[in-house]
Write a protein that binds this ligand. Structure first.
Ligand SMILES: C[S@@+](CC[C@H](N)C(=O)[O-])C[C@H]1O[C@@H](n2cnc3c(N)ncnc32)[C@H](O)[C@@H]1O
Length: 430
């Protein structure tokens, strides 16, 4: 199998069947691993864009196919999904899309059906496009929550943003900032003092000064928790401030804490992810104390000044980068995570000094993983109070609710693309 579209169809089929992330599926796909860099990028482009447009594409197929395509022809359905996305939304010649799809479907004796259907869609392209709604790409478990908690206007903005190719954010090491003209070297623009936005060409390790360890990949949203922590302790010698980062790999926030000179310990449950953390630390020439343990079993003799919980979550804030999230269903996805986040918050209070802070964050914009978690924690724990994030840094995002910050894709004050993210700070007062 050498055809890129055939490989893309197999990968899309696996993603739909297993609800795995693209990155996980390609690791197991031998045909993908044999492709050259350009073809790999093309497969990625096809699959991720089809997922970004999942609702619109399925609507068109359902409108044009009178009898539903049965499960045993799931591969053909995914071939159609990819083809319809290309015809309607990607800048690719129609004849090449239709001809290749017909060739592939010959093996399954579906060529006539595929040919007729795709040509019909090509003929009606203009009318189809006028009647499609971007919001159908977002599943209702995310959509309903956005409407209820962030409003319809935000939903419109998010829907528009997530169908575009995401940009790449590069965090430059503070000590390396003066070393180069980074905008020129990395072909991007600074969106704040140390984060640069550039196009994502997928060739991260080949970019200048990667091996020298002058920068790492980190979205501007996820740099905020450590910026907030720095403000909380701005008048104290930071090397005396003990911080436990919970869920530390692959390491973006640990690196920031190290370069700010905090006394940091990095706790992570996954050995596989710790290997990545260690590789990154080596490349960046940073050191930290790593604890490989389930946080819920963690014991310590000395209490911390701050616990940063970067909790596992549905990653609903990353819909643009990881559009696989858009086809997941809520029950499977979110229930266990909410339970785990709750337990992590509860555990943190037992290892925190009086006067210390819990900084809780998730790359989710779903209220059940963000503001609802904090509200329920505060109801039970009267010895904690919320620190108003707005008072610390006010120029980053728009959605402050009772001192908590939710950043959503498409809505960001810095005129930059930002991942969806939630941050809240709690202070132990007694
Ligand atoms: C959102 S990611 C962390 C990203 C990381 N802080 C960074 O900035 O690069 C959440 C991490 O929590 C880890 N994790 C999940 N459950 C955990 C637990 N019970 N104890 C410790 N770490 C856990 C996951 O393995 C995952 O690496």
């Amino acid at each position: 199998m050498s055809n890129t579209r055939e490989i893309a169809t197999q990968i899309l089929t696996d993603i739909y069947l297993k609800f795995e992330f693209f990155e996980t599926v390609i690791l197991l796909n031998k045909n993908f691993s044999r492709l050259n860099t350009r073809d790999k990028a093309f497969v990625r482009y096809l699959v991720l864009n089809t997922l970004r447009r999942n609702g619109q594409v399925d609507k068109v197929i359902n409108d044009f196919v009178k009898i539903p395509i049965r499960k045993k022809n799931f591969y053909i359905l995914n071939l159609l999904r990819l083809s319809v996305c290309q015809i309607l939304f990607l800048d690719i010649k129609e004849y090449s899309i239709v001809n290749t799809a017909v060739e592939i479907s010959k093996h399954y004796k579906f060529d006539k059906f595929v040919n007729g259907l795709l040509r019909n869609i090509c003929r009606n392209k203009e009318t189809i496009l006028q009647n499609l709604d971007l919001k159908t790409n977002i599943p209702s478990w995310i959509k309903d929550d956005i409407i209820k908690n962030l409003g319809k206007e935000t939903l419109e903005k998010i829907s528009k943003t997530i169908v575009s190719e995401p940009k790449l954010n590069i965090k430059i090491k503070i000590n390396s900032l003066k070393k180069n003209n980074w905008e020129k070297v990395l072909n991007g623009k600074f969106i704040c003092d140390d984060v640069l936005e550039t196009q994502n060409d997928g060739l991260i390790e080949q970019k200048p000064f990667f091996n020298e360890g002058d920068w790492w990949i980190q979205n501007i949203s996820s740099t905020l928790p450590v910026r907030f922590i720095s403000k909380l302790f701005h008048d104290i010698d930071k090397s005396n401030v003990s911080i436990l980062e919970v869920g530390a790999a692959p390491g973006g926030k640990t690196f920031q804490l190290i370069e700010e000179n905090f006394n940091v310990k990095s706790l992570e449950i996954s050995q596989r992810r710790i290997r990545r953390l260690n590789q990154n630390l080596k490349r960046l020439k940073f050191e930290t104390k790593i604890i490989c343990e389930n946080f819920l079993n963690f014991k310590c003799f000395k209490l911390f000044d701050c616990v940063l919980i970067d909790a596992p979550c549905s990653a609903s804030g990353l819909m643009q980068k990881k559009p696989e999230i858009l086809i997941r269903d809520k029950e499977k996805n979110i229930k266990n995570l909410i339970d785990k986040q709750k337990k992590m918050l509860e555990k943190s209070k037992s290892i925190l000094k009086i006067g210390g802070y819990i900084v809780y964050c998730v790359c989710s914009i779903h209220s059940s993983e963000g503001s609802f978690q904090i509200e329920s924690f505060l109801k039970k724990n009267k010895n904690f109070e919320i620190v108003d994030v707005d008072n610390i840094v006010s120029n980053f995002g728009k959605y402050f609710k009772s001192g908590m910050l939710t950043i959503t894709p498409g809505v960001f004050d810095l005129n930059a693309e930002a991942d969806g993210f939630f941050i809240s700070i709690l202070k132990r007062i007694k």
